[in-house]
Write a protein that binds this ligand. Structure first.
Ligand SMILES: Cc1cc2nc3c(=O)[nH]c(=O)nc-3n(C[C@H](O)[C@H](O)[C@H](O)COP(=O)(O)O)c2cc1C
Ligand code: SF4
Length: 401
């Protein structure tokens, strides 16, 4: 019998793009783009990941517009950073890795000091707890012209990303950001054709997908990351996610990435492992927000002990439902897990923390059949995204030095 590991380390295609293997670096906003400009440290980080043998790395967060950023130190897609992005991508490509960008819009989940509007825009009125101390707490309901405008903005950002050299785009449909605010019945209370049934709540997502496709062409690789559940009562459920995946496939997505949880309501569901609360309080600059995190912690930061492949059963339902590519993400740290995921029919695996712990994971895993990654899921790296200098593995701080 052939070893499923061989499948993982063989070349694989996403639409017209060939990857040297089936391992993809998961989007992990690295906090290394001060003022919204990619720094040398960010380039070094992805170059190092490329040198470790990854098939494709994913650069996050590529906001569709300035107001699509959670804060002002995230990149947004505009001509002002074209030279930096072009050079960045060329440098990483020299390692043999392909380069994708995660295209997102935060919607109403923002504390962006450069926010140009009066209020953050969401599908419906509501409260944006993240913006409480930034004057951005009251969410305004998007008008239909504003919805059409956002669709156009995201589509044009995709065209820009292709033009600077990104070889694939991962659209962020999950984690409580802009598009998923429309998908979730928890945040979308609209009475028009963008609210109500799942079909209606998916309208914005599908319009965005169609516009992105129009701007990048039929042969360009498009991935999309979804939340299989919001993890809160009244939110998207695992059952919904099977339908969501089918709709995105019908809309022309090449690969669906099966994540879960929301940064705004239930972040630990997407990570699992040790609580991020102590680290978030430590690195939060605003005293009021520190108090806010402490108060919100029991409701928002639930306890989800780490397990290998913690999303596998739910992702399997999507694998079984759609014909397009499916990428597994969430707790892959050993070659045995790679074998299980590949054997279950998934096309790709995304690796997040395991690569922050050991950027040589792909090379090591290919050379040593019993490879085990040592990430202990303390989640301290994830609490550093707004710390000076951004993320690193606290167990191995010299990894990307
Ligand atoms: C430091 C850090 C930053 C992250 N930033 C993002 C992000 O920008 N976009 C995203 O979709 N997911 C983000 N994630 C979630 C990862 O992409 C991935 O879904 C999650 O870490 C589970 O995969 P893992 O078990 O391989 O780490 C982040 C995770 C970490 C640890
Ligand atoms: S800090 Fe290191 S050990 Fe802890 S979760 Fe991040 S990568 Fe893993």
């Amino acid at each position: 019998m052939t070893d499923p590991l061989d499948k993982c380390f063989a070349e694989a295609k996403i639409n017209s793009l060939t990857l040297r293997n089936r391992l993809i670096k998961a989007a992990t906003f690295e906090g290394k783009s001060p003022g919204g400009v990619p720094s040398d440290a960010l380039v070094n980080f992805h170059e190092r990941i490329g040198q470790g043998g990854i098939g494709m790395t994913t650069i996050a967060y590529c906001a569709a517009e300035s107001d699509g950023r959670i804060h002002e130190h995230m990149m947004y897609m505009h001509e002002g950073i074209r030279p930096e992005l072009e050079q960045f991508i060329r440098t990483v490509q020299l390692t043999g890795a392909k380069v994708a960008g995660q295209l997102g819009h935060c919607g109403a989940f923002t504390k962006n000091l450069e926010f140009s509007g009066k209020r953050p825009l969401g599908p419906s009125k509501g409260t944006n707890a993240l913006g409480l101390t930034y004057g951005l707490s009251r969410i305004a309901e998007m008008t239909k012209p504003q919805i059409r405008e956002r669709v156009g903005v995201i589509g044009r950002a995709a065209g820009f990303m292709k033009s600077v050299g990104f070889e694939a785009i991962e659209i962020h449909f999950g984690h409580g950001y802009g598009i998923s605010q429309f998908i979730s019945p928890k945040t979308n209370k609209r009475k028009d054709e963008y609210g109500g049934s799942l079909e209606n709540r998916m309208r914005f997502a599908l319009e965005v997908l169609a516009e992105v496709r129009k701007n990048v062409g039929d042969d360009y690789p498009l991935l999309g990351k979804i939340s299989m559940t919001d993890g809160v009562p009244g939110g998207v459920t695992y059952d919904d996610s099977v339908e969501i995946a089918a709709m995105l496939e019908a809309g022309g997505l090449d690969v669906i990435i099966c994540s879960g949880g929301t940064s705004s309501m239930n972040p630990m569901l997407l990570f699992r492992g040790d609580s991020m609360v102590p680290g978030l309080i430590k690195h939060e600059k605003s005293r009021l927000m520190k108090i806010g995190i402490r108060l919100a912690a029991p409701i928002m930061f639930k306890d989800y002990p780490y397990e290998e492949m913690y999303f596998l059963d739910h992702a399997q339902r999507i694998r079984d439902r759609v014909q397009c590519g499916v990428c597994y993400v969430g707790g892959v740290c050993t070659n045995d897990s790679i074998r299980t995921v590949m054997g279950a029919g998934f096309d790709f695996i995304q690796l997040g923390r395991a690569l922050i712990f050991d950027p040589d994971f792909p090379k090591q895993a290919q050379e040593r059949p019993t490879y085990k990654n040592g990430c202990n899921h303390c989640n301290k790296c994830a609490t550093l995204i707004e710390a000076p200098g951004g993320i690193y593995c606290v167990e191995r701080p010299a990894n990307f030095a």
